[in-house]
Design a protein. Sequence first.
Length: 610
Amino acid sequence: MAQNPWQRPVNKNLWVLWKLKPFLRSRLGLLLAYLLAMLCSAGASLVLPQGARFILDKGFHSYKALLWISIALFILGMFTVAMRGLRDGLATWLGQGVVADLRSAVFSHALHLPAIFYETFRTGEVISRLSSDVTILRFGLTGVLGRSLQSGITLVGALVLMLVTMPQLLLPGVLVLPLLVFVNIRSGRLQRGYSRKEQDYLADLSAHTEESINGIRVIQALTLEPQTETRYRQDIHLLLGQVWSRVKVQSWSTFLTGSLVFLALSAMLYLGGLAVLEKQVGMGVLAAFLLYALMAATSLASLGELWGSMSRLAGATERLLALLDEKPEHSAQALSGEVGKVPESSEFSIRNPARLTLERVAFRYPSRPDVPAIENISLDIEPGETVAFVGASGAGKSTVFSLLMRHYQPSEGQILLDGTAIDAMPLRSLRQQLAVVPQHPVIFSMSIADNILMARPDANEAALLAAVKAARVDEFSDRLEDKLKTHVGEKGVTLSGGQRQRIAIARAILRNPRVLILDEATSALDAENERLIQEALANLTAQRTTLVAAHRLATIVHAARIAVLDQGRLIAIGSHEALLKSCPTYRQFAELQRLHEQSPELSTLEKIRA
Ligand SMILES: Nc1ncnc2c1ncn2[C@@H]1O[C@H](COP(=O)(O)OP(=O)(O)OP(=O)(O)O)[C@@H](O)[C@H]1O
């Protein structure tokens, strides 16, 4: 079941990062090279203070010793920076690669999620996870791999070397250590909570942004700009509140950690200075010790940051992986189903028409389980037959089509295609045999030709042009400068509703399906264009199993049979003439239509009154 925004993942530990393992496994060689470079870089940094020790204790004894120690220091320094550069480069490469794989995996998974997922999960939230969570992961992962992992190793190494160099000076460090650990753990926990909420608010913000920009015309038409702006500001305010809380904790933690570290360092310097004054140790030993202490302190601070960023990283990983955990609408096996070659449709060659059978089909939408959308529908549609569905708005026409496309599974009963239950068929194979012309076609931001070719990318030019002509697309494309290559803008914004429907019809023609579903396919066309397209559709539907939903009598009157739906139930089926005699609901529908056709200028209200 899809997650609602209020059911976001709230896992509290960092183990979720372990789930990134499969994405690292394919880069094992790179990971080992990175670990090696990181160990070399950490080791070389730990040797550097020994150079300072030698210079101070032995370097001033002779010119030659000074020269050799300086040369050795230079070589060591070069090695350190080379390893550091290699480590950072490999870390970035590794981190970016893991994130790219994860992002592709989540995106392709999102493409296969069922209709029900997108009913409960806002698209803006999916986009937010794929953008802002991925960004956190990208920076977090490269940061953790780049610096923080080495800090842990350096800290341990520096502590061991401090112990070896001047164990008596460790006392101040030991005393402040529990406090440091406490501050870091506490602040890490707080930061994790805040950053998780921050991401949730960011997702809300993205979802609202997407909704507002998509619905910009409605917002402008209803002059809802001030309210939309206020809601946006409120979202930002909530987000900033979380950022502010997190930053406060972060700043306090940096201040407290820094103070404790400097307290310990000052005490060490004082105690160490006493030892030098009393000639117990040389200056070089104290300098090396203090350098190790400084290294330990910086590593500790960096680990504190790591704790905070790991929390953000864990949150982002969790939210991305939660999308991967959603159940897809079909298995990979279903996707690889045998598809078969679709014949060219330039001549409208009919693929052997299909028989469709609905056996006691009932369905309730998962988001509205109390109300049946379809109840106990049984219907046998002969190969090549055209059946029209009529009924009031909400009667269940589109739901029948969605069940056929297997966007949903019937709650009871089954649908058969040529005697085989569609549930048992590979999804791709089923959908290759169907084509839907929806009431509100989705047009993509590409050219007219590319939009049509989506139905069959391998179609040749003759097939494309035939579909264009049959669907009367050429009637408007010929008047455009770039003809079929004209870019139609986002969601086909530069086209009229009727032009978008003609593109959708051309897609269906090109697809050359065995079952054609016309769901109010010509509702946005004017009478002249509808008449012309009906002719084209007549060619397309002849001897092809066709299901039509339409409000206009002219569209359905020629159907072999008309199925009358009322509140999800099939109340009558028969020819136009037979239904006029036997079905009062249909008679009423036909009379209203006739009234409309005779006096199209009557307002809807007048028609209802009539
Ligand atoms: N995704 C959904 N979730 C919950 N209920 C839905 C969903 N889609 C449709 N419904 C409900 O199912 C019933 C049938 O809707 P459907 O869209 O099939 O009607 P229709 O006959 O195609 O209507 P129209 O002629 O207006 O397109 C309606 O009561 C509708 O509110």
